[in-house]
Design a protein around this ligand. Structure first.
Ligand code: HEM
Length: 576
């Protein structure tokens, strides 16, 4: 080796050493503390994902290939919590299984502030003084103020009131009004859609946008009333354009680098501000009678008017309040609507499944009509299993927390105060050690791998001990035939279950901050898919390529991942 080192090559060797040595040292320093993390009982901070370049840390892998980066480190460290260094800041990743369940259990010591602040500031454009107001309320989300904040003015406890209103006004009788409005509006848009008036086939270039627009319009109106779109007729288009550029805004690039993205957001924001200004001018916050109404065409649902009162009372600027509500409208639409498309698409690409779903939902509908019994429809086992399976496979919504106490502990892991903890159900939903994947085929592969859709994954058939979502030690399924296909009769006797999947199936997050919109979302998804199947005959132009449509991973991990590419279809109204 020494024979190759001449006096000319020495400077190069020195330069190389100067470059390589710090990288090696950084890697060694960041890896050495991980020794023994799998063994022993002593509490410790989670292992650190080693990196080569100081300051940069794990930023590159995390920011530019988040899905693969996290998949690889979760698997390498065998599903324990991890410490990641991103954007010059520490962060914890909490994986599926016991760690995420323990995180949810520790709710009383956690806030969602760090992820929420990033989202509100970077994605929705909440001005900095309003962000300060948002984080300034440290009295917590429970009725009893957090220790040290016992004297907080009850009317200014923003997080408590917001949390309480979201939970109560998205459940019970308020939820019923909201869902009924959604059903009324969505049914009306189907019935009055002039494109299908003649009963002839109509070519639609993209099933997703076709379905998306009608659901979004009905959902928006059931939340915000009729006035919103009257004031801003192009909002729905502007909203989806905003949704499209949202992943770029999360990258925190300045306005001068991506001006068109900011302009797109400005447009969607301007509509919410217009509606807020209308409310400020026309809805007196002392008008208890109007504020008590579950829904009015002018101001929308009680959730929206109660929020308006809260935003005004707690001193948010008109711009801050509108940006916060742009966030709420995004939460309303951006996760549920792509999920509805995936549900419908998976049904349409399998003619046998489509027939079984139509048979199952038939008795919920009134003869010759689009009217139905909601409870009956939403209790159909096959449609429920399709709903659960779709969320398992397509949701990558972020779950973010930070500890409010020094050295929070769960299991043997210790977490520092104020360091962001991140999780997403994407990996738990695809954990091959956990999920039932059906029969083992003669070539040794499994019948329903975790990255594929299996309509019956969440169904438990009483005569088949191997059925149900969770992998069983002995897999010996008893299917009605050797094709593995189920019959309508079997569906009827099956039960859709999520028992035992907690910690692996958490599309709505968990603990105290679990998604408050989950009840509405489930009804919205089941109803919209059922209504579309009831009202229309839909033929996918190229079944094979539609079955291969991939998720658009640019959206990872911001929510339900929408499909990438268009799905051409022919649609005609059914004669009911
Ligand atoms: C399939 C549809 C949906 C999915 C997968 C989903 C998922 C999630 C997730 C994972 C969270 C974070 C929960 C946590 O941190 O533990 C969340 C929060 C939230 N979701 Fe949903 N969501 C959906 C539909 C909806 C709908 C229809 C609404 C209606 C307004 C909604 C409103 C919200 C709100 C307001 C929050 C923030 C709650 C808080 O900060 O306390 N979501 N959602």
């Amino acid at each position: 080796m020494a024979a190759y080192l001449t006096s000319e090559s020495l400077p190069y060797a020195n330069i190389l050493a100067l470059v390589v040595l710090p990288l090696l040292v950084t890697y060694a320093v960041t890896a050495v503390g991980n020794w023994g993390y799998r063994n022993g009982d002593a509490s410790r901070e989670p292992p650190r994902v080693p990196y080569w370049i100081p300051v940069l840390g794990n930023t590159f892998g995390f920011a530019y290939n988040t899905e693969k980066f996290l998949a690889s480190v979760i698997s390498k460290f065998q599903k324990v919590p991890l410490r990641i260094f991103v954007g010059a800041e520490q962060m914890y990743y909490i994986p599926q299984g016991k760690p995420i369940l323990e995180l949810f259990k520790a709710s009383r010591h956690l806030t969602t502030h760090s992820l929420n602040v990033m989202t509100l500031r970077d994605a929705f454009g909440v001005p900095i003084p309003d962000v300060k107001l948002y984080i300034g309320d440290k009295s917590g989300v429970t009725a009893k103020p957090a220790a040290g904040f016992e004297d907080a003015d009850p009317a200014h406890r923003f997080h408590f009131i917001e949390h309480r209103d979201l939970q109560t006004l998205l459940s019970g009788s308020s939820l019923n009004v909201m869902t009924n409005n959604f059903i009324r509006l969505y049914t009306k848009s189907i019935e009055t859609d002039a494109r299908f008036a003649t009963g002839d086939w109509v070519e639609i270039d993209n099933l997703y946008t076709w379905m998306r627009d009608d659901i979004a319009y009905a959902a928006l109106e059931s939340f915000c009333g009729e006035k919103f779109l009257e004031l801003s007729p192009t909002f729905m288009e502007d909203f989806w354009a905003f949704d499209h550029i949202l992943p770029k805004l999360f990258k925190r690039l300045p306005r001068w680098l991506i001006p068109s993205c900011y302009e797109t957001r400005d447009k969607a924001f301007a509509s919410v501000l217009r509606f807020h200004n209308y409310m400020r001018e026309n809805l007196l916050m002392t008008d208890e009678e109007t504020l008590a109404k579950e829904w009015t065409p002018e101001f929308g649902s009680r959730l929206i008017t109660a929020r308006q009162k809260l935003l005004q009372t707690t001193g948010f600027s008109p711009e801050g309040a509108a940006a916060l509500d742009l966030g709420l409208i995004w939460a309303l639409n951006a996760n549920a609507i792509p999920a509805a498309l995936w549900m419908l698409l998976n049904i349409l690409v399998d003619p046998d499944l489509k027939d079984r779903v139509i048979t199952e939902m038939g008795p919920a509908f009134q003869e010759g009509s689009l009217s139905f019994d909601l409870e009956k429809l939403c209790s159909g086992p096959l449609l429920t299993s399709i709903y659960c399976e779709t969320l398992r496979l397509r949701v990558a919504a972020p779950v973010g927390r930070t500890s409010t106490i020094p050295d929070l502990k769960f299991g043997r892991w210790q977490f520092k105060e104020d360091v962001c903890m991140l999780s997403t159900s994407w990996y738990g939903g695809r954990d091959p050690d956990f999920w039932n994947t059906g029969r083992t085929l003669p070539d040794g592969s499994v019948e329903h791998p975790v990255d594929t859709f299996w309509a019956e994954r969440f169904l438990r058939y009483s005569d088949d001990p191997a059925s149900g979502p969770v992998r069983k030690p002995v897999v010996n399924p008893t299917h009605s035939s050797d094709t593995g296909k189920r019959t309508v009769d079997e569906d009827r006797k099956a039960r859709a279950v999520t028992d035992g999947t907690h910690g692996y199936w958490y599309p709505y997050g968990g603990g105290y901050n679990m998604c408050p919109g989950r009840h509405f979302a489930k009804q919205e998804l089941m109803v919209s898919v059922a209504l579309v199947l009831r009202a229309y005959e839909i033929e996918i132009v190229d079944l094979e390529s539609a079955a291969r449509v991939k998720p658009n991973m640019e959206y990872f991990p911001f929510g339900t991942i929408p499909p990438k590419g268009k799905i051409a279809t022919r649609i005609r109204r059914r004669k009911l």
